[in-house]
Design a protein around this ligand. Sequence first.
Ligand code: PEP
Ligand code: MN
Length: 284
Amino acid sequence: MSAPPYKLASRAFCPHGTVIQLGRVRIGGDEVVLMAGPCSIEGEAMIHQIAAMVAEQGGTVLRGGAFKPRTSPYSFQGLGERGLKYLRDAADEHGLLAVTEVMEIGQLELVAKYADILQIGARNMQNYPLLREAGRADVPVLLKRGLCATIEEFLLAAEYIMAEGNRRVMLCERGIRTFADHSRFTLDIAAIPVLKERTHLPVLVDPSHCMGVRDKVLPMALAAIAAGADGLIVETHPKPEQALSDGPQALLPQQLAQLSERLEQVAVAVGRTFTKSPVEVTSP
Ligand code: PEP
Ligand code: MN
C-alpha cells in the first residue's frame, strides 16, 4: 500500500495514539470524554444552568457557540464576545473546559483568549487559510468533518493545522450528506474504526447535528462509543422549545442524564471508562 498523502496525521507518525491532556481531562486516553452544552450561548443564566447540568453528568467540556454558522443570514448569529465571556465564566465556575467555534481568521485571537479548545466547523473544514492560522495558535483544535469530505480530505485538513506546528488536533465525525433523508445528515459510523486505523489523533463524534431530533441522539451516541470513538460532543438545553438554534436536537436534562448513565455502561463494555460521578470543584 502506498504511503498516505498526510504525514503528521498518519498513524505511522505516532503509532501509539495521541492523548491531548488539558488539566485533568485526557482526550484520546482510556476514558471517553463527554462534551456537552447548547448549540448557541443565548445568555448568562442559561449557560451557567447548562454548565451545572453538564458537570453533574460527568461532562468535562462545555460547548456553546458565540459565532454561529447559520444556514440563513436572518437566523440568530450568536452573541459574539459577550457569549465567549459567559461561556468562560460558566466553565470556570463548574470546573469545565470550554470549546467554541471560530469561523474566520479575524476572530481567532479573540476566541483563543476565552476557549480551551477551538472548534472549526464542518463548513470550514476546507477553509485552508483558517486551518493554517489555527495551526499557529497555541490552543487545541476540534476539527469537524466537512459535509461532503472523504476521510482523506478530512485528514489532509488536519494536516494543514499540524504542518503549522499545532499538533493538538482532535477529529469529529458529525454526519455527511447522502441520499438518505430520514436523518439530518448520515452519521458515518464506519469512519470511526477507519480513522482510528489511519490516524493517531483522537476521534470524537457529534450525534446531535447528524440526527437533528433529540430522541435519536442516544442510540447514535452509544453506537459511536461502541465503534471506538474517544468521546462525544452533544447539544443539550433545559428548554429546547425556546432555543435560538437547533432546539429540536437538544437533549432534555433527563436525556443527558440517561446518556451519561448508558455511556458508562457501553464504555465499560468496550474496555473504556467513563466516570459519571462529578468531580469536586474546589474554589480557588
Ligand atoms: C456546531 O457544533 O455548533 C455546528 C455548527 O456544527 P457543524 O459545524 O458540525 O455543523
Ligand atoms: Mn447546533
